[in-house]
Design a protein around this ligand. Structure first.
Ligand SMILES: [Zn+2]
Ligand SMILES: [Zn+2]
Length: 257
């Protein structure tokens, strides 16, 4: 399974990165021939532009939304236009998994009538237990954020990617990240100041989860442009002895079991 960081800026796009978006690719034969399957984990502000540097967006098989904050879902608006009005003709519906309100939320975001909203372009499905998309087995784990939000544990090719989405510290994170080959964890906050509860993680929190869960590698993401990424990196390194690095747009990771 290949993970490509499309966007990793926290809460809003930064000068060098869109907001959250991660491309996952793996080979798979579903009976119609082997090909590369592609899913997007989140599609935040600005990410649809950067995605075009990596793949033809029309080759995406599904979109997996962790939650419905703008920095994780809003570029579904542009993607709706691309699929609906493409000069080659309207593209087939693809599934979009998300929290219960996703279809209505996206209709509001584009100022569409609630019916059909984007339902003719996207087959909206609600997170309600594990799902399979081609080679990807995806387990949603409820996390602690002001709106319904999920961490995602994705398995393919015998490898496991754990993505925290946005969350405050919560018990589910350790299970989410258990023995993961790569833990992609959000480090929005810095330690040592009064952070609001139930919102985001610090680099220290990320390092602690990685250590307790036995994750093999930690990649810190979702650092807002107003913070210094090296602070989060140093915090995580203080808690976790394994390899830690900062997510960078365009970075790719090949994960094998
Ligand atoms: Zn966010
Ligand atoms: Zn959020």
């Amino acid at each position: 399974m290949r993970l490509t960081i499309v966007g990793c800026s926290g809460s809003f796009p930064g000068p060098d990165s869109p907001a959250s978006c991660y491309l996952l690719e793996a080979r798979h034969d579903d009976g119609t021939g082997e090909r590369t399957w592609r899913v997007l984990v989140d599609l935040g502000s600005g990410a649809l532009g950067a995605l075009q540097r990596h793949v033809d967006p029309l080759t995406i098989d599904a979109v997996l939304l962790s939650h419905l904050h703008a920095d994780h879902c809003l570029d579904l608006c542009g993607y709706y236009v691309m699929r609906r009005y493409h000069p080659d003709g309207a593209q087939p519906r693809i599934p979009v998994w998300g929290p219960a309100d996703t279809a209505d939320r996206m209709a509001r975001a584009y100022d569409l009538p609630q019916e059909p909203g984007m339902r003719e372009e996207f087959d909206f499905r609600v997170w309600d237990g594990p799902v399979d998309v081609g080679p990807f087995h995806v387990e949603p784990v409820p996390v602690d954020h002001p709106i319904p939000a999920y961490g995602l544990r994705v398995s393919a090719d015998g490898a496991v990617l754990a993505y925290t989405g946005d969350t405050g510290p919560c018990p589910g994170l350790e299970d989410l990240a258990r023995d993961a080959d790569l833990l992609l964890a959000e480090a929005s906050f810095v330690s040592g100041v009064e952070n609001p509860p139930a919102l985001h993680l610090t680099g220290t929190d990320c390092g602690e989860v990685a250590r307790l869960a036995g994750a093999r590698r930690l990649v810190l993401t979702h650092i807002p442009p107003w913070h210094t990424p090296d602070v989060a990196l140093a915090e995580a390194q203080g808690e976790y002895d394994g390899p830690v690095e900062l997510a960078r747009p365009g970075a790719a990771y090949d994960l094998h079991g």
